[in-house]
Design a protein around this ligand. Sequence first.
Ligand code: HEM
Length: 163
Amino acid sequence: MQHGFLGYDSSFMLDFVVCALVLVVPILVYSIWLVKFRRNFATHRLLQLLLGGILLVAVIAFEVDMRLHGGWEKIVNKDPESPRLTTEQLAQVSQILSIHLIFAISTPVLWATTLFLATRKFPKPIQPGEHSSQHKLLGWLSAIDLTFTSITGLVFYYFAFMR
Ligand code: HEM
């Protein structure tokens, strides 16, 4: 669990979270394409619930990892005797992380709200209804938020472990 599997000096769970971040965007694009152009509501619902599950597991994995290691700096600089990043580089990565956190914290809140309202307010079997316009707004906001979470998370990973 101390080392990642992507070939960088990361941690197993951070690498897992990175894979999840890469995976969720194409699934999201496909799911929105399905509902917008194919009007396939049932598969859209299923994929969005699946994405919610992946997000939940990724958030839990990230939190557990941070607690096990005592913070991201300890993962980046595992050996205090010979730190991989300088103090300036750490400060830069910390700034990237602050931007990432804005998206990473708001996404699960927005996602959970969108899922909760959609599962309760759309008619069953699933089809457009009175909730459509509110759902489209929430859905697009959640989708954009998740995409930025993914992009900023990958930028963080790049500057923290890959350069
Ligand atoms: C957080 C999860 C979800 C996101 C991000 C999301 C995203 C979206 C987006 C962006 C659209 C609009 C596409 C367009 O512009 O035409 C949409 C449409 C739709 N979604 Fe979701 N969705 C989510 C969950 C769900 C769930 C769980 C259901 C069903 C229970 C659902 C049912 C629908 C339906 C029926 C439409 C079509 C609305 C209409 O065209 O009138 N969505 N969704």
